[in-house]
Design a protein around this ligand. Structure first.
Ligand SMILES: [Zn+2]
Length: 421
């Protein structure tokens, strides 16, 4: 039950384009396969260390460890070998623990977060990234990922399962409320990025109830980053409910690039679904983005509605595939800890795999991040209301480098650069 984010053609396009982009940087470090063990020991913060440690353990368990730990009953569905390997040819790809490689930066730099004179949003997936952006003066809004923060369904026991579940739900919303309050304390806006896949069988609070509880706690986020139509519908339903009605009017609804809006008709549908701001589609070239902007503007003038503002992603490892099958669980041993793995493909490219095992889904990221923050003219011509940096595998230190405008030598322009003279 794996779903491709991009069509195969687009994936190939990414690889091809990244090849050509790499030529832009003469001293190409892609062959630099050496791994920085030192950095891992010293530079990475708690969360990365924890996930590395867990990774080792997970591997031990997965590959024949006679571990007596609690094992998850896997459904037949999950016992089936999943389609996590993009090529379908398992023999050519391997999954390993993710060991961060020291990034090398080009001599050129791009715009720093503080130089945009636009609102700057960031999304974070680890505590370390959150710490890094919390006091960064260039950042206005921080999205925290629902699947990466809060509490995990861990220590059970003591009282009945039901009352511990209620306690767990309260602890979950309390944990989010705390982070949101901390973000507000430093004068920034807080956003909640909803999980990429939600199942009825997910443990703990569902997104709707998490939002309700946050509203009840008076710790509602300022914005929701909505990533699927299901979520858009869920938020609309919530809006019409009693709780939602009280608080939801104040929560901005930003649709991520995963809610496709390639033309004005699609954009108008997204507005009907409650979108108050859109993210420029990552599949479009710069020219196509310009045309989209113009047609959306014309449509709003005709229809006498206000023009919908856009957020523009200027940095982030793009997901190549999201899989509802959990790599860990496929081997019958998911401990519901989030972690990073790496998938090495036939071309010996290391693609980070993020296991969001709080809810047991995986995303395979492109090996190289999309990077547009040195294309200031083009970005400004698209008139985004805000720019966004999506952080996933980065250390806190890397987050700060990226926000300062440093350009990693290995990066890609995605589809954006096509059609630029
Ligand atoms: Zn899992």
């Amino acid at each position: 039950m794996a779903r491709r984010d991009n069509s195969p053609k687009q994936n190939k396009g990414n690889v091809r384009k990244s090849d050509s982009v790499r030529k832009d940087f003469a001293d190409n470090a892609y062959s630099n396969g050496k791994r920085s063990g030192k950095k891992e020991d010293t530079g990475r913060a708690k969360s990365a260390k924890r996930s590395a440690a867990r990774g080792t353990e997970g591997k031990k368990r997965a590959f024949g460890g006679s571990d007596s730990g609690k094992r998850q009953e896997a459904s037949d569905f999950h016992k089936k070998r999943s389609g996590v390997v993009p090529s379908g040819n398992r023999n050519d790809s391997t999954v390993k623990k993710y060991i961060p490689r020291e990034k090398r930066y080009a001599t050129e730099t791009g715009l720093s977060a503080g130089d945009w004179n636009l609102r700057v949003s960031v999304s974070v997936e680890t505590e370390e990234q959150l710490d890094a952006v919390l006091h960064h003066e260039g950042v206005n809004l921080i999205y925290i990922d629902e699947a990466c923060f809060g509490i995990r369904e861990t220590a059970k026991g003591g009282s009945s399962a039901e009352s511990s579940a209620v306690k767990g739900d309260d602890a979950e919303s309390e944990a989010f409320a705390k982070i949101i309050e901390n973000i507000h304390k430093v004068g920034k806006k807080a956003g909640l990025r909803l999980r990429r896949i939600e199942r009825d069988t997910d443990s703990g609070l569902d997104s709707a109830n998490l939002i309700k509880k946050l509203i009840d706690r008076d710790a509602a986020p300022d914005a929701l980053l909505i990533r699927s139509f299901d979520e858009a519908m869920m938020v609309s339903e919530l809006e019409n409910s009693e709780t939602g009605n009280k608080g939801l009017n104040h929560i901005g609804r930003i649709f991520d690039y995963t809610c496709y809006g390639y033309n004005k008709e699609a954009v108008s549908m997204l507005r009907d679904l409650g979108a108050e701001k859109l993210t420029y589609p990552i599949e479009l070239t710069y020219r196509e983005c310009l045309n989209l902007r113009a047609s959306v503007r014309a449509a709003s003038e005709e229809g006498d509605t206000s023009e919908i503002p856009y957020e523009m992603l200027v940095y982030g490892h793009l997901p190549m595939m999201v899989s509802a099958n959990c790599i860990q669980r496929t081997s019958d041993r998911c401990d519901h800890q989030n972690r990073f793995l790496v998938l090495r493909d036939r071309m010996q490219k290391n693609m980070p795999v993020r296991c969001y095992c709080k809810y047991c889904y995986n995303q395979i990221f492109n090996a190289e991040p999309l990077l547009l923050y040195d294309l200031e003219d083009e970005i400004r011509r698209l008139e985004p209301e805000s720019v966004r940096y999506d952080f996933s595998v980065e250390s806190g230190e890397e987050v700060l480098k990226i926000l300062s405008g440093a350009i990693p030598e290995n990066m890609t322009r995605g589809h954006f650069r096509h059609g630029i003279e």
